[in-house]
Write a protein that binds this ligand. Sequence first.
Ligand SMILES: O=C(O)CCC(=O)C(=O)O
Ligand SMILES: [Fe+2]
Length: 343
Amino acid sequence: MPGAHATPVSECENTSVVGHILLPDDVRDTLADGLAELAGPPGDIDLAMTHYHQVFARLPLATLQQILDFGRHNDTPGALYIRNLPQDAQLPPTPWDGLPSRHKSTFVSEGTLLGLSGLLGEPVGFLTEKNGQVVHDIVPVKEGATTQTNQGSAVFLNFHNDIVHDRTGYYDIANPDFLVLNCLRADRAQAATTFYADARDICRMVGPDAIRVLRSPLFRMNAPGSYVREVAGDADVLSDPVPMIKGPAGFPEISSAANGVHTLSPVAETALALLQTACRAVAHEFKLRPGHALLINNRKGLHARSRFVGHYDGQDRWLQRTYVRRSQWQIRYRAVPGTRRIH
Ligand SMILES: O=C(O)CCC(=O)C(=O)O
Ligand SMILES: [Fe+2]
């Protein structure tokens, strides 16, 4: 329209709030009944996803819309916390090697995880993350206790988003749009805390000078710990120089590698320190318990995890996780031949 122009949006003026859903018991039980109809582990994943879709379509309309809006809109929160979800009646020991449990005989947690994931997009696997599995078991692993990976426990897992090594040199393109965490078992001391810091809040906190630096390609992301360990023989594999914040001022996208961000100048170093401080200041805290799921937008914000104690005795903290893409089209160049969801 002649003369019309969009209202300018100042840097990161949108406010983030975190979404909360507490399911009533009867809704939880309806979901559990639906999931019970699918007895085995999800074998044909597309058939199983379709089944889960039907089950989760039975959520009350307002709840269903809240989850769908979380996935489809730019201006919705970057984290959504859902409680009182169905749980497996009996849980085998927590695996201590980061691999799937061989003793799990019911699949309510997988159904819950995949059902929620299907409301956001398509759960996908990456060959370099948990062998391409679609459902990831996130447990403390003794050998990884002090690493900046999901196997860690003895150290604070720094604010990061989940990235994937990619031959383009950019690790925040093929990575998941969302991650979904479903808690099966809390750590014994109930100390583990998951944090979410929204880029909109971080920007407001660090101020315009630091944002200018963070928007410049002065940072190189180290590839995830799993890639460095399993593929690169423990040598850092750095991305091309990239900004940490990009996109329109009102809807910033943020990326930070858990396994190390290398700065290319002293001002970049200062801005990165400001960003880390801001994350701690604006973060929302979640103490995940069985029956709780946390849905995280992997572009709108960064997440972190507190220290906690791992005992490696089968009673440790146990989460299941998916990586979700809204669409697999943009990452089709990575698709593993003969598979439909593995990249
Ligand atoms: O353990 C947690 O709470 C979060 C771990 C994490 O960063 C992840 O699974 O991507
Ligand atoms: Fe993560």
